[in-house]
Design a protein around this ligand. Structure first.
Ligand code: C2E
Ligand code: CA
Ligand code: CA
Length: 565
């Protein structure tokens, strides 16, 4: 039983007395404040105790009853480990019986006949509270490995600190050993226990110095509730170094989260939940080992959670909007628009227009991206079909859609794409798939297989963000792609003065030439950039210089203008 939660509940008392008048009297006295259950004799009392043992705050026990008396009940309860901890208040008229009752395990008395109601109520109340305080100490179950408090006891204790010292400024800190399971696989459970004990020892020293408490909240996670001081990256790094000294080449990493949210806004458990969540936000490179979870981060988390919750509705209600950004062929005298990239936005009823940067990475991290992408692919295919009907032979258009690296693992990806082009009566070659370069590094073989297969089916594959990753030359030569789409960062710093960037782009273009495929430069914003890219021999241009991504209707007008041009 968790004392903290108990305190909020109405406590449950068992009243055992064979006389109805006494049971009624006690009901009148205690019924407003406590939940009561009753027994008229010893055996019935035992049945009730067994039934409610986890919930009972105390037993009010009459000594003199026919058949099984109060002493017998006490003996049975004291003999049972579970029941022995339930306090017993003896109801008795005989002074002489008190001593014997105490000897057999009673914790207190209520003399009969019942005196002033207030006194009895006060007595039961203080008695229950006292017993509960004692139970709290007994419940001090410690983690057997480290000897630190368990999570539950830690929370009971911490909430008492809060209750009795509302003016103390406490810090809620969670600390986690990262990749704990992996360390276990590498070095075995015994070594994990050694690490845990070592860490616990360090934490205890810390906690004593800082006036606080700490717990092992789970296998790999520790909680600290400290009155003084914050824990910064420096302290955690020192701790980490200390642990790593336990074994050569041990690459143990710690992650810490601190909750910086007001007590008034969140209860203790949730604040520690936030501190723990912050541990998970320590970046993989472990540059900063401590993340502070403040109300700003909390807002952000809530926002992200909202987006996750709202996604099914967004898809059902067509809140996702596909915009189209034209791509221009600049190999001729005049730039010719003949392709576009589909880029998604979210017209959210509450948050307004949300850019993809807010939700694409989020959905990539939790596996929902496939649903967004499928929607965008379908909408793009439908739209392409519509434009084809509208403009007939006057215009040739290919659309590219983004394919997240997560999508590669989508079951039946090839069938889904085939079904799309079939449904909307477009050729696979009219649908380009933009795959980001980094995807080729995550799972190179799978990526190569899937792209080969897709190309075999007639789809065209563009390698997006090329230059942002680290494809090896060896890998490049085998790449089954149709277009190199150079990462925007190269163009951003391209200017007449910047000869280094110019050279870089030339090299990228050389690679494209070696692969015998065209190159697209995106993020082109100025006429000067366009001119330089043309000099280098870049075949396609995408960027604000020509047009930002626009809604379908507006893009239809761009096509119309292109035809009339
Ligand atoms: P991306 O695929 O590299 O798309 C290009 C981004 O650059 C787009 O941002 C586009 O609006 C922006 N951009 C275009 N021209 C210029 C320019 O001249 N200057 C600058 N500064 N930016 C320009 P957007 O639309 O915000 O999309 C951001 C990213 O979100 C995309 O980067 C892509 O990775 C992802 N994304 C967008 N739509 C989808 C989608 O349907 N599925 C998936 N998986 N990802 C998507
Ligand atoms: Ca793209
Ligand atoms: Ca890109």
């Amino acid at each position: 039983m968790i004392p903290e939660e108990r305190l909020k509940l109405r406590r449950l008392l068992l009243v055992v007395d064979d006389q109805k008048i006494n049971r009624d009297l006690l009901t009148t006295i205690l019924g407003n404040e406590f939940d009561l259950i009753y027994a008229c004799g010893g055996q019935e009392a035992m049945d009730q105790v067994m039934l409610h043992k986890d919930m009972l705050s105390a037993v009010l026990l009459d000594l003199v009853m026919p058949e099984m008396d109060g002493f017998a009940v006490m003996d049975l309860m004291k003999a049972d480990e579970d029941l022995a901890r339930i306090p017993i208040l003896v109801l008795t008229a005989e002074k002489t019986a008190e001593l014997e009752a105490l000897g057999r395990g009673a914790s207190g008395f209520i003399p009969k006949p019942f005196e002033s109601h207030e006194i009895i109520l006060a007595r039961v109340r203080s008695f229950v509270e006292l017993a509960e305080g004692r139970r709290l100490i007994h419940a001090a179950e410690c983690d057997p490995v480290t000897g630190l408090y368990t999570k539950e006891f830690f929370f009971s204790y911490a909430s008492q600190i809060e209750r009795f010292h509302p003016d103390w400024k406490m810090a809620e800190i969670a600390l986690r050993i990262s990749r704990y399971r992996l360390l276990g696989e590498l070095y075995g459970q015994e070594f994990l226990d050694l690490i845990s004990r070592h860490l616990a020892q360090r934490l205890l020293e810390n906690v004593q110095a800082a006036n606080g408490i700490c717990a092992r909240a789970s296998q790999d996670t520790y909680y600290l509730f400290l009155q003084e001081g914050r824990v910064g990256s420096k302290e955690i790094k020192r701790l980490q170094k200390d642990l790593n000294s336990l074994r050569e080449h041990l690459d143990l990493r710690l992650e810490a989260g601190i909750c910086d949210i007001d007590r008034a806004e969140m209860n203790l458990r949730r604040r520690f939940g936030c501190a723990e969540a912050a541990c998970g936000m320590v970046e993989r490179d472990h540059a900063d080992l401590v993340i502070v979870y403040d109300s700003k981060l909390h807002e952000k988390q809530l926002y992200r959670q909202r987006l996750i919750n709202d996604l099914p509705r967004a898809i059902a209600e067509h809140e996702l909007k596909v915009y189209y950004q034209p791509k221009y062929d600049i190999t001729g005298d005049k730039p010719v628009m003949n392709a576009a990239e589909a880029l998604v936005r979210w017209q959210h009823p509450e948050f307004g227009m949300i850019p993809p940067g807010d939700f694409i990475p989020l959905f990539e991290s939790n596996g929902l991206i496939g649903r967004v992408d499928m929607y965008v692919w379908e909408e793009s295919a439908r739209q392409l079909r519509e434009w084809k009907e509208q403009f007939r032979d006057a215009f040739d258009l290919t659309l590219s859609v983004n394919v997240s690296s997560m999508d590669i693992h989508m079951p039946g990806l090839e069938e889904k794409l085939t079904r799309l082009v079939d449904t909307y009566g477009i050729r696979p070659g009219e649908l380009h798939l933009e795959l980001t370069e980094s995807a080729y590094m995550e799972d190179a073989q799978l990526m190569l297989d899937v792209t080969k297969h897709l190309r075999g089916m007639g789809f065209r594959v563009e390698m997006d963000d090329f230059g942002s990753g680290y494809s090896s030359l060896n890998m490049l030569s085998k790449l089954p792609v149709d277009v190199l789409k150079m990462d925007m960062m190269f163009v951003r710093s391209l200017s007449e003065e910047n000869t280094r960037e110019y050279r870089f782009i030339e090299i990228v273009h050389d690679i494209a030439r070696m692969l015998e495929i065209p190159m697209i430069a995106e993020g082109v914003e100025t006429a000067a950039q366009l001119e330089l890219l043309r000099q280098i021999g870049c075949e396609y241009i995408q960027g604000y210089y020509f047009s930002p991504p626009v809604p379908a209707e507006k893009f239809g007008q761009l096509i119309q203008a292109q035809i009339e041009n």
